[in-house]
Design a protein around this ligand. Structure first.
Ligand code: ADP
Length: 192
């Protein structure tokens, strides 16, 4: 079973993906994590993406589609959780084609719904907690980049909600509930 987690920055996609990895042995494909790994690897691509990410803008479709393609071809799994991908309609089309080439299907798209005030609180809070604990803070977890990330989400990613609704794949989950409640709702969707 392959699923997409859709939702703005701070909606809880990473937390929920982790739960599915632990409970179901699925494989999380987070383009954000892949891009952060690329930027620390010192490769040409890493250098190109670093500034774009820190500003809160989207990196090019070509780069992220390439990253996903490599993973789909090389990893054998109990199913993929796409976390932070696709983020544009072009990426969504490309994912459909890649899955088809691998004779795989997309089974569900789960939208985690939250409101903007909560997102800002969560992300700014996450950065403060990390700072207090002496842990690294994501360069894009500040209010300025967050505004851009949210705008990118509304302009480029939110059209995917209609796209997957039209394909009959979309389920909305209230992302404002506590973590175990959201996990239970996710499990219910997957076990349908
Ligand atoms: P969040 O969901 O908290 O914004 P991510 O870790 O998913 O964070 O992504 C961080 C950044 O990585 C994004 O702001 C963007 O610059 C880049 N990125 C991640 N996934 C994609 C994607 N599918 N397309 C384009 N850019 C992406």
């Amino acid at each position: 079973m392959n699923i997409i987690l859709l939702g703005p920055p701070g909606a809880g996609k990473g937390t929920q993906a982790q739960y599915l990895v632990e409970t179901r042995g699925m494989t999380q494909l987070s383009t954000g994590d892949m891009l952060r790994a690329a930027r620390t690897s010192g490769t040409e691509m890493g250098k190109v993406v670093a500034d774009v990410m820190d500003r809160g803008e989207l990196v090019t479709d070509e780069i992220v589609i390439g990253l996903i393609r490599e993973q789909l071809e090389s990893v054998d799994t109990h199913g993929f959780i796409f976390d932070g991908f696709p983020r544009t309609l072009a990426q969504a089309d490309a994912l459909g084609e890649l899955l088809e080439e691998q004779a795989q299907t997309l089974d569900a798209v789960i939208e985690l719904e939250v409101n903007d005030e909560v997102l800002v609180e969560r992300i700014v809070g996450r950065a403060e907690d990390a700072r207090k604990a002496g842990q690294p803070v994501r360069a894009d977890d500040n209010e300025e980049s967050l505004k851009i990330r949210l705008m990118e989400y509304y302009k480029k990613t939110s059209p995917l909600i209609g796209y997957y609704y039209a394909k009959g794949l979309l389920t909305k989950i209230d992302g404002l509930k506590d973590i175990p409640t959201v996990q239970a709702s996710m499990a219910a969707v997957l076990d349908q």
